[in-house]
Write a protein that binds this ligand. Structure first.
Ligand code: HEM
Ligand SMILES: Nc1nc2c(c(=O)[nH]1)N[C@H]1C(S)=C(S)[C@@H](COP(=O)(O)O)O[C@H]1N2
Ligand SMILES: [Mo]
Length: 531
């Protein structure tokens, strides 16, 4: 079934971006926004993503921005290569484009891909990625090795002691520069294919994907492929960026946000994520897809489809589907793997054709992939505070629906991305009402909580005087703006408004508790006030 898609006009600005710092960045209207209006984090609807084929068009590639997109120009942008190198360098974009280059497809996956399934078990500190935080594009750029050699680094320097190559982006974030690092040994290894990319799918990078230049480190999580790259530093220490430590880690399941901070779990080296783990998802049948009864009785067939990927240059070697809770596993057909000099940096698509009536005896089916190191996917997930690397077997439920004398089948995926409703995991969620906070305004003389109309709230829409409404309660979050982990802009653009839906979609339990500190009263019930 072909997806209805909006036409993407490369010049058109989405109305949702007006009033944000990204009001100059063209974006495809079909992308599902996962963190409200700003910053921009999005994925394509899963069936639409798969329908694009092996290479994802740039406009539908998922985007993960921690803050506003920096406005950079090809003509003036420079990359500094410094630190412990014999000849520090400053390179222009024209310099980069004149060097030898590599060009090959690489699959990106955010370490948070499929996080919403974890959030349904218990809210993590991350927002709701569905299963399309993954995409594949053809990247062209200069080998990092080549640049480091220009700076005088010798290939065998790195065997003396561990040294690191640190990368910084140009985006301005609440906790400083977005940066990370890899070992020098890795950077110099020809087999690793690390590069500084200035083209995606045959064109210059788009603003959301790092224009004019970004890191490509194949086989690992997207989070280390620094966009808007402006500095490469050689050091005997790993990156000192706040984000290198507080993002993209898998902590043990008993460690929550409070404990992680208190006991400094973020700084334990072994919990860092580099290589992707093996993962897969089902795109067809899609969520809410219906098979009419007529197709169940004749000899029709149905083709299940999806993606699978793994990390570290390993190959996906098999993909299996069970229709009977793991008693029997069907072997799916795999598309020919696409490789770069024998390394496997890309996802693969799989399909399995079965008689349509096989669904009749089935309540749930699920997929698991295997890779060349014989890693596979767990039946159940292990929750972790950042909700990273979720690769539990992807489960789709089968429901009978009757209308009159008609019987048909309907499929239900675990979740729908962002704050979109639907999914059997969402349906299983207990709805626990949060205890009412006490307002910060001391009103000892009366026990009455102050109430405000939306109109009154609307008057406090400045960064220096900022009220918001969340779940019918009014908060004065002026003092929190400068230290907000999601950036000042995310709050500022909602000042004076009811942003319950966005707030609820993005935040953890910890954030909700924090919000209580800013409670000043209730929103006046509009029905009551009319009376
Ligand atoms: C006083 C009000 C607020 C508080 C206390 C607060 C708190 C937090 C906290 C603690 C985080 C880190 C992640 C987490 O623990 O959940 C966060 C992230 C974030 N917040 Fe807020 N927040 C507030 C208001 C808002 C508003 C009004 C918006 C916009 C609707 C917003 C958008 C975001 C975004 C986009 C992120 C970053 C998500 C990411 O990139 O990982 N916040 N906030
Ligand atoms: N400078 C910078 N680089 C960044 C990020 C960022 O916010 N700033 N996000 C990272 C994360 S977490 C991911 S998953 C990838 C996403 O790349 P994409 O937006 O091109 O898909 O970029 C990474 N590089
Ligand atoms: Mo990411």
């Amino acid at each position: 079934m072909a997806q209805q898609t909006a036409i993407f006009n490369e010049e058109q600005i989405d109305p949702r971006d007006i009033g944000t710092p990204d009001d100059w960045v063209p974006r495809h209207p079909d992308l599902i926004r996962l963190t409200g209006k700003h910053p921009f984090n999005c994925e394509a609807p899963l069936p639409l993503l798969l329908e694009q084929g092996f290479i994802t068009p740039t406009s539908l590639h998922y985007v993960r921005n921690h803050g506003p997109v920096p406005k950079l120009s090809w003509d003036t942008h420079k990359i500094v290569i410094d630190g412990d190198v014999p000849n520090p360098l400053t390179l222009s974009m024209d310099d980069l484009a004149s060097f030898p280059y590599l060009e090959f497809p690489v699959t990106f996956a955010c370490a948070g891909n499929r996080r919403k399934e974890q959030n349904m078990i218990k809210k993590t500190i991350g927002f709701n990625w569905g299963p399309a935080g993954v995409s594949t594009a053809v990247w062209k750029g200069v080998p990092l090795r080549y640049i480091l050699q220009l700076a005088g680094v010798k290939v065998d320097d790195n065997y003396k002691k561990t040294r690191y190559v640190c990368f910084d982006g140009a985006d301005k974030l609440p906790n400083g520069v977005y940066g990370t690092s890899i070992t020098l040994k890795w950077a110099m290894d020809e087999e690793r294919d690390v590069m500084l990319a200035y083209e995606i799918n045959g064109k210059r990078l788009t603003p959301d994907h790092g224009f004019p230049v970004r890191m490509i480190i194949p086989g690992i999580i997207g989070g280390r492929m620094i966009k808007w790259l402006n500095r490469i530093t050689l050091s005997d220490k790993e990156s000192d960026s706040w984000y290198h430590f507080h993002d993209n880690r898998v902590l043990p399941p008993n460690v929550d946000a409070e404990l992680a901070n208190k006991e400094k779990w973020w700084y334990i080296p072994k919990y860092i994520i580099y290589e992707l783990n093996v993962n897969s998802a089902i795109a067809a049948p899609a969520h809410d897809e219906i098979i009419p009864f007529s197709r169940l009785t004749n000899n029709s067939e149905y083709t299940l489809k999806g993606y699978a990927y793994t990390g570290g240059g390993r190959k996906v070697t098999r993909v299996e589907i069970t229709l009977d809770d793991g008693k029997y596993w069907f072997l799916a057909d795999l598309y020919d793997p696409v490789e770069h000099n024998g390394r496997s940096w890309c996802w693969t698509f799989w399909s399995l054709t079965i008689p349509t009536h096989s669904f009749l005896r089935c309540k749930e089916f699920r997929v698991r992939a295997w890779d060349s190191a014989h890693n596979s996917q767990p039946e159940d997930p292990t929750w972790n505070v950042m909700g990273m690397m979720n690769n539990r077997q992807y489960r789709v439920k089968v429901h009978f629906i009757t209308s009159g004398t008609d019987v048909s089948l309907k499929f239900e995926h675990p979740i729908q991305p962002g704050n979109n409703p639907g999914g059997w995991m969402a349906a299983q969620q207990p709805s626990v009402p949060a205890p009412a906070p006490k307002p910060a305004i001391k009103n000892e003389s009366s026990s009455k909580v102050p109430t405000f109309t939306l109109e009154q709230v609307g008057k406090h829409k400045l960064e220096s005087d900022c009220w918001i409404v969340v779940n019918k309660k009014v908060y004065d979050c002026t003092k929190f703006i400068p230290v907000h982990p999601g950036g000042a802009t995310a709050i500022r653009i909602n000042a004076g408004t009811d942003c319950s839906e966005e707030f609820n979609a993005i935040h953890s339990e910890k954030a909700r508790k924090l919000l209580d500190k800013f409670y000043i009263g209730d929103l006046e019930d509009s029905k009551k006030s009319k009376l």
